[in-house]
Design a protein around this ligand. Structure first.
Ligand SMILES: Nc1ncnc2c1ncn2[C@@H]1O[C@H](COP(=O)(O)OP(=O)(O)O)[C@@H](O)[C@H]1O
Ligand SMILES: Cc1cn([C@H]2C[C@H](O)[C@@H](COP(=O)(O)O)O2)c(=O)[nH]c1=O
Length: 191
């Protein structure tokens, strides 16, 4: 069936959106399962900061979703999964399963997460891009997540999941307030 991808920085309401889309299914006959990466230690289940909870199965990878054989599959913190898990999503869609995924699009350096690239390549029926309020300038245009370590931007070139256990603090930021790695200047335009 179809794929819905919910993206945005931390605090933008991705969990809220996932809960509002999938929680009614508990009251229906539609078979469904929601998976969350076990690398996400902050919550047991999809928990929105504004309230609301969705029961999840904590998994290291999505392979069990193929065995569960339900009509609707939800995936939370999808940026914490890998290329093999994107292949599982593709197989589920091929089989006629409706899949709804939510996660960060951009990492702490402002780069697209690899599984997000793979999901967008599957040609989702719907992509929801949510914004948060910038924790610096307070405008409602935050697209990035600034990770701070002892109050300074964390700019290490790491790709693993970052814990939300107090080691780092996380701020939603707009593109102007976001501090990313210094990039080498590109070629000067001709003309
Ligand atoms: N900087 C912020 N911008 C927007 N909402 C915020 C911010 N800080 C806290 N919130 C609260 O967080 C809620 C969204 O939280 P949540 O659903 O957990 O988002 P996400 O899953 O994207 O991290 C908002 O509805 C709002 O009540
Ligand atoms: C920026 C960034 C964040 N993470 C982690 C930190 C949290 O556990 C989740 C996002 O939680 P949300 O509020 O539900 O959006 O992702 C990460 O692993 N890598 C990063 O670059």
């Amino acid at each position: 069936m179809d794929l819905t991808v919910i993206l945005g920085p931390m605090k933008s309401g991705k969990s809220l959106e996932l809960i509002s889309l999938l929680s009614p299914l508990r009251h229906s006959n539609v078979t469904h399962a929601v998976y969350q990466s076990s690398r996400h230690g902050r919550d047991d289940g999809v928990v929105s900061r504004v309230g609301g909870v969705l029961e999840t199965r904590k998994v290291n990878d999505l392979s069990s979703a193929l065995d569960d054989d339900v009509e609707v599959v939800g995936v939370d913190e999808v940026h914490m999964f890998g290329a093999d898990d994107v292949a599982v999503v593709a197989a589920l869609l091929e089989r006629g399963t409706r899949v709804v995924v939510a996660g960060l699009d951009l990492d702490h350096l402002g780069r697209l997460f690899e599984p997000v690239i793979g999901l967008l390549e599957l040609g989702p029926a719907k992509v929801v891009h949510r914004r948060a309020v910038c924790d610096c300038c307070r405008r409602f245009n935050a697209t990035h997540t600034q990770v701070l370590h002892h109050g300074e931007p964390y700019l290490a070139d790491s790709t693993g999941a970052l814990p939300d256990d107090g080691t780092y603090t996380y701020e939603a930021r707009c593109r102007s307030c976001f501090v990313g790695p210094v990039r080498a200047p590109g070629p000067t335009p001709m003309g």
